[in-house]
Design a protein around this ligand. Structure first.
Ligand code: PAF
Length: 282
């Protein structure tokens, strides 16, 4: 019973584990696991006694014309990988199990969802907060683990947890990159060789702007302009957004101070890649 599909069943399993005093870690995913997800699972296993990995391609967070249908689904492969990284259980509900007929409740966080990915993917974060809230209610974990690659998602989920008095800890984990710098993403599989090579411009721009900040640059607009110009040297890249914001509340900042988030979304062919870097200004 490594893969569980029913809410009722997973509740029974978790209740038993909790009765034995075990701490529960949850790693929510949409599957097609890569090393980034596995790093979350390993961390969850280090910090908890029982680790649940959810694998659910959540329809409510995809907009019209997005890749819901084509999103890669490989449960058997995911289960093996999750197990090898230390997961105790994979929760793989059907869409009908999560959104049964007559389903009519959504969780929405405002303002911080109007910008960055929220601006280019209207309704996306409403789907994310809804499904994550449901997963938290189903599993009731002590801790939940999210990749920092989706930096805005982490900020939005933390806000939801604070605002709705949810009793768990959100643990953001560092971006995992390939050796050449590209951030791992299940969507990287959509890229052809040329696009994959072109995609390197994202991490290169981020690392260069980090260097500029380390060398004393404090003008957010200059950093933004530098990144835009740098990305535009790559003919296959079509910029969706480049933003320099406060890492905690996503407010625009011109004079860099505190903890800064530089976030990018760029399209290569039909594939939209995101990447970011958090930089502490000393
Ligand atoms: O980051 C993801 O893969 C998804 O947005 C999440 C958190 C699993 C919700 O569907």
């Amino acid at each position: 019973m490594f893969v569980v599909e029913a809410v009722k069943k997973i509740r029974e399993v978790i209740e038993k584990e909790k009765r034995e005093g075990k701490k529960i870690g949850l790693v929510p995913t949409m599957g097609y696991l890569h090393e980034g997800h596995l790093s979350l699972i390993r961390k969850a296993k280090e910090e908890n006694d029982f680790v649940v990995v959810s694998v659910f391609v959540n329809p409510t967070q995809f907009g019209e014309g997005e890749d819901y249908e084509s999103y890669p689904r490989e449960l058997e492969r995911d289960s093996k990988l999750a197990k090898s990284a230390g997961a105790d259980l994979v929760f793989h509900p059907s869409v009908a199990e999560m959104y049964p007929k007559g389903y009519n409740t959504y969780v929405e966080t405002y303002k911080i969802t109007d910008k960055l990915c929220g601006a280019s993917r209207p309704g996306h974060f409403r789907g994310v907060t809804t499904v994550v809230c449901k997963l938290f209610n189903i599993v009731v974990p002590h801790r939940a683990y999210f990749g920092q690659k989706d930096a805005q998602q982490v900020v939005v989920i933390k806000q939801m947890v604070r605002d709705l008095n949810m009793d768990l800890e959100i643990i953001p984990c560092p971006i995992v990159r390939e050796e050449d710098g590209i951030a791992l993403s299940s969507r990287n599989t959509y890229l052809n060789d040329e696009e994959r090579k072109a995609g390197l411009i994202l991490s290169k721009s981020l690392f260069k702007s980090k260097e500029m900040i380390e060398n004393g640059e404090r003008d957010g607009l200059k950093i933004k302009d530098f990144i835009i110009n740098n990305i535009q040297t790559e003919p296959l890249a079509k910029i969706d957004y480049v933003e320099v914001v406060d890492a905690e509340n996503l407010q625009d900042i011109e004079k860099l101070q505190g903890e800064v988030l530089i976030a990018l979304a760029v399209k290569f062919g039909n594939t939209r890649l995101i990447d970011n870097m958090r930089i502490k200004i000393s």
